[in-house]
Design a binder for this molecule. Sequence first.
Ligand code: FE
Length: 129
Amino acid sequence: MKLGEKIQSADWKAEKHVPVIECPDQVEKDKFFQVKVSVGKEIPHPNTTEHHIRWIDVYFQPEGDKFVYQVGHFEFSAHGESAKGANQGPAYTHSEALFSLKVNGPGTLIALSLCNIHGLWENSKAITV
Ligand code: FE
C-alpha cells in the first residue's frame, strides 16, 4: 500500500472535496501572480466540528524536473469547537486561501486537501510561461 493510492480525484464541479486551483493559465517568468485554492467552490463542503477541511497543500512540479516543490500549506483551524461543546464555538474557517507565487518556467500546480473524515483529494493545473 502506498499513500498515493489513497489520494482521490474527481471533477470538482461534481465532487465537493476536490481542491480548486484558480490562477492564470499563462504567467510571466519571475513575476508574482495570485493563486487561490479552495475546497467547496461549486458544492459547499460542511465545516463543522465533526466534519471539515483541515488543510490544503500546494506543490509546484516544474516541467522536466525530477522533484516536486511545496509552495504552501494552509491550515483551517476553527470549526466551532468550544468549551460549551461541538459547534458552539464563536469561529469557523472556510477552506479558501489566496497567495502569490512566481516561477521561472512552466509546470503544474498540484493541490492536495484533507477532509477529516473523507480523506485526501487532489487536483492540478498546468501553467505556461
Ligand atoms: Fe468531507
